[in-house]
Design a protein around this ligand. Structure first.
Ligand code: FAD
Ligand code: SF4
Length: 502
């Protein structure tokens, strides 16, 4: 290896990559970050371009996926990944990004923290994550929703929408039908107070189309701070292969190569698998992939019929959880959204009415509509990554559900129906189980603490390849139903602190 280009090369500028970069540059380590995206973003575009798309792509037919995935910014990111990542799906929608900032350009920003029970099988304890959780929360800015009409107004709060506030009040007034049911105000990575370069949330509810003021956390924002350091360099280049000599060399799509003694992979679970495909013995059984089976349930609040929505953001208003079994991870986690500001056509198309009648009905009831999204833990999925037999390079992801999942899902829907009734909500027709992959909650391909060719050490170093570290969701040994990005970031921060000390 010639003189190394950096002490560490980080591949990926999403939430995981930037979280690994901060501790390293703070310790004076030279970091070169490679990202397949570039600086072109939607931040400066006017509202009509953000909503309709520069090629009016919003007017294309609804493809049945989540409204969040159909906005121009989402379509742009997902379509590039589909085109250029070399990953196809078989009963699985491979959601990923080749964009600066990764999927944080389009994420829902809801935040959860794992507890000791959630990580009981990990090779690390909660105490080793705690400091990282705190550092990351401080850096990205978290707000909890609160019902301002009841006087709650502590720091870092944003107002709950009136329909969500009504549901939460009903929950507090009557005991749940199932003792394990929890309903609480959601915590989101949205600013309630301005910071340099980011405005506070303006409550106009445009969130689905990319937050123009930067109130929603996006890891692009961190790149501005990182680039102020003389130890940090960012190049817009797509890594295509990794090779070991005395250190590691990364080759990029334009034919350049860069070397460092240690490489940190933060390309997202699917992107990292693609980069490692030639370095791992992926046989006929494929590489196990955990994802969260996801259910969406439209709900009507008759008490709020014909009442207008109140100003709030359109990310998660409420969070919920409910147990469905005795195992430590046998619980679902979910979120409740107000529908008022979401695109009408996504709902109209799913209503059992004609388009015209559907739109009229939607306008009448929009303020009283909610949607709940429910996530299962990763052990309810059966997905795996395979080398594409037809293409020389490339992967296919096969998606599926654990045996008996349908029965458990029906039982859960029944248990939820009792809670909806107690909360004064009517489930509407159109509840749907998403195609595996749409959840974008991925983990478990290269588990920390596992022996064997796919395992990694507690700091994410591949058993088979010393000097190659992984910091994204790939190394989480299991996938709880909780929102996962905060833990991915905290774990990347934890690992980078350890690497900075080597
Ligand atoms: C619609 C949607 C809503 C979501 N909502 C939530 C939520 O509410 N809460 C939550 O916790 N999570 C949510 N998520 C998931 C969240 O976005 C991901 O967990 C998170 O972005 C993962 O971060 P990452 O850095 O590991 O990967 P990514 O964000 O995918 O970033 C990967 C980076 O690697 C780069 N890259 C990939 N391959 C290469 C290569 N070969 N060479 C160079 N660079 C490369 C990409 O350009 C990108 O910058 C959501 C996701 C989606 C799609
Ligand atoms: S309402 Fe949504 S888009 Fe508008 S500033 Fe708040 S978070 Fe951003």
């Amino acid at each position: 290896m010639n003189a190394p280009d950096a002490d560490f090369i980080i591949i990926g500028s999403g939430p995981a990559g930037v979280s690994a970069a901060f501790p390293l540059i703070a310790a004076g380590r030279r970091v070169l970050m490679l990202d397949a995206g570039d600086d072109a973003g939607s931040q400066e575009e006017n509202r009509s371009v953000r909503v309709l798309g520069s090629d009016l792509e919003s007017l294309r037919a609804d493809d049945g996926s989540s409204p969040k995935l159909q906005t121009p910014v989402s379509r742009g990111i997902l379509e590039r990944f589909t085109r250029d990542a070399g990953i196809s799906g078989d009963g699985f929608k491979p959601i990923g990004s080749l964009a600066r900032g990764g999927l944080s350009n389009i994420w829902g920003a809801q935040v959860s923290y794992l507890d000791a029970g959630d990580i009981a099988d990990w090779p690390i304890d909660l105490a080793s994550l705690q400091g990282s959780y705190e550092r990351v929360s401080q850096r990205i800015g978290i707000s909890t929703n609160a019902d301002f009409t009841t006087g709650a107004n502590s720091e870092a709060t944003l107002p709950l929408g009136a329909t969500a506030a009504d549901v939460l009040r009903r929950h507090k007034a009557a005991k749940p039908a199932d003792g394990s049911f929890r309903l609480f105000a959601a915590a989101n990575a949205i600013l309630s107070e301005a910071r340099p370069g980011r405005a506070a949330c303006d409550l106009r509810g445009d969130c689905l189309y990319g937050c123009p003021s930067g109130a929603i956390y996006n890891s692009r924002q961190d790149l501005l701070a990182l680039r102020k350091s003389p130890h940090f360099r960012l190049l817009d280049m797509q890594a295509v292969s990794l090779a070991r000599d005395s250190g590691w060399t990364v080759k990029t799509a334009d034919g350049s190569s860069f070397s460092a003694p240690r490489i940190i992979l933060a390309a997202g679970v699917l992107g990292t698998a693609a980069l490692l495909a030639d370095l791992l013995p992926i046989g006929g059984k494929g590489l196990r992939l955990l994802n969260s089976p996801t259910l969406a349930i439209p709900l009507l609040s008759p008490a709020r019929l014909l009442r207008s929505p109140t100003p709030t953001h359109s990310l998660a208003q409420l969070g919920l959880s409910l147990r469905y079994g005795d195992g430590a991870s046998d619980y679902v986690t979910g979120a409740i959204y107000e529908i008022g500001s979401l695109p009408a056509q996504s709902f109209v198309n799913r209503m059992p009415l004609g388009r015209k009648a559907g739109r009229a009905a939607f306008e009448l009831i929009a303020g009283s509509l909610l949607v709940a999204t429910i996530y299962y833990p990763g052990d309810q999925s059966r997905s795996s990554i395979h080398r594409d037999a037809m293409a020389k390079k490339g992967l296919t992801i096969r998606g599926g559900f654990a045996e008996g999942f349908e029965i458990r899902a029906e039982a859960l829907k029944k248990a939820l129906r009792r809670e909806w009734k107690r909360l004064g909500l009517i489930p509407l027709p159109g509840a749907s189980l998403a195609e595996p992959g749409i959840d974008a909650h991925f983990a478990g391909t290269l588990p920390m603490g596992e022996s064997g060719p796919f395992g990694t050490s507690p700091v994410g170093e591949l058993n088979l390849h010393p000097g190659l570290y992984v910091v994204d969701g790939s190394i989480l040994p299991d996938l709880s139903s909780k929102y996962i990005t905060m833990t991915i970031m905290a774990n990347a921060d934890r690992i980078a602190h350890r690497l900075a000390a080597l």
